[in-house]
Design a protein around this ligand. Structure first.
Ligand SMILES: Nc1ncnc2c1ncn2[C@@H]1O[C@H](COP(=O)(O)OP(=O)(O)OP(=O)(O)O)[C@@H](O)[C@H]1O
Length: 325
């Protein structure tokens, strides 16, 4: 409705496919995934283990390449960015990973790790870099004195803050956060989530926030994308999806989530055995209480069920009569 008023997407993932082949085994990790992130928007990507979330992240970060489909940043294709201005792209799109200690060099100080992108991108060095590191550490509410410590000498929460400071060093427009709070205690998770919200507010940084935990995504994201077995099954504004989910899988994630604290891992408990995955029809059908013959025969396509809210379920209208929370 207000399409013309919306800013163009910063990032677009369009109908992306990815199969991993290891020996005789082929895993279709992504089967036509599309999503977009607008400037300053936090998009949550949620789904259980193995649904393909990290593959989406790795494709966006240029660590893997799609078999088909496009990834576009500022309306320019990713291969073009990587061929002509890889540095510009890597500065603009930064990552925050699950294990910040592993993401940093254990032989180098926190200050060195936070400064590294500045030095590589020739933004600052020497005293200027040290000053910028102190500012960055302050901006994530860390004492600048921590710059002299090593990753293994600080707490998990402090390390993740340092990881975020490092990711912010080049003033990215987009942060790809892959399970960025999953390894942290619940109270620390909440602090990091609030820090990310503060960063969005203060710097206007957009984020693709990946998590298997729906409550975490709900706390943070403006809009959310629900993935199941390599496909997007539902997407839309976060509260519209959470309050009126139209896909039984989204309903399952909501009902198996603790409320409101993001401390359990419902996705992991709900993982489907691979051998049960059907080849045709809806991949969720074997687990779906509402599945009918059509679900087993025909792939559901994403269709609109509300303003900017889409779902890929043949039974979406029947679910509309049952409220979620
Ligand atoms: N490099 C790879 N080689 C082979 N298979 C892979 C590779 N990367 C991912 N896969 C497979 O692709 C599927 C999707 O994996 P992916 O890591 O993207 O899921 P995920 O939703 O991020 O799960 P998790 O939270 O457990 O990482 C899984 O079956 C996984 O085993």
């Amino acid at each position: 409705m207000t399409k013309t008023a919306d800013p163009p997407p910063l990032l677009e993932v369009r109908d992306v496919h990815k199969t991993f082949t290891t020996g005789p085994r082929a895993v279709r990790a992504l089967r036509g995934v599309s999503l977009s992130v607008r400037p300053g928007e936090i998009v949550g990507l949620v789904g259980e283990s193995g649904s393909g979330k990290s593959t989406v992240a790795n494709l966006i970060l240029g660590l893997e390449h799609p078999d088909a489909g496009d990834i576009r940043y500022q309306d320019r294709a990713l291969p073009d960015w990587l061929a002509r201005s890889a540095r510009g792209y890597r500065g603009a799109v930064q990552a925050v990973f699950q294990d910040p200690v592993q993401a940093m060099d254990s032989r180098k100080t926190i200050g060195w790790s936070v400064a590294e992108p500045l030095v590589i991108h020739r933004v600052a060095r020497g005293a200027a870099a040290r000053e910028r590191v102190a500012d960055l550490l302050r901006s994530v509410h860390l004492d600048p004195a921590l710059a002299d410590r090593y990753p293994q000498q600080i707490s998990g929460g402090q390390a993740q803050r340092a990881g975020i400071a490092r990711a912010l060093a080049l003033e990215p427009a987009l942060l790809v956060c892959d399970e960025a709070v999953s390894a942290l205690d619940v109270s620390v998770q909440a602090q990091i989530l609030n820090l990310l919200l503060e960063i969005q507010d203060r710097l206007g940084t957009a984020m693709l926030f990946i998590s298997h935990a729906l409550p975490v995504v709900r706390h943070l994201a403006d809009s959310m994308v629900v993935m199941y077995a390599g496909t997007v099954v539902e997407q839309g504004p976060t509260e519209a999806v959470c309050q009126a989910a139209r896909h039984p899988y989204t309903r399952l994630l909501i009902s198996s989530s603790p409320h409101p604290a993001p401390d359990r891992k419902p996705g992991r408990a709900a993982t489907a055995p691979r051998e049960q995955m059907p080849v045709t029809g809806c991949r969720f059908a074997p687990r779906c209480p509402l599945a009918v013959d059509r679900c087993r025969a025909e792939d559901p396509v994403l269709r609109q069920v509300g303003t900017a809210h889409t779902t890929a379920c043949w039974r979406a209208e029947d679910l509309a009569t049952v409220t979620s929370r």
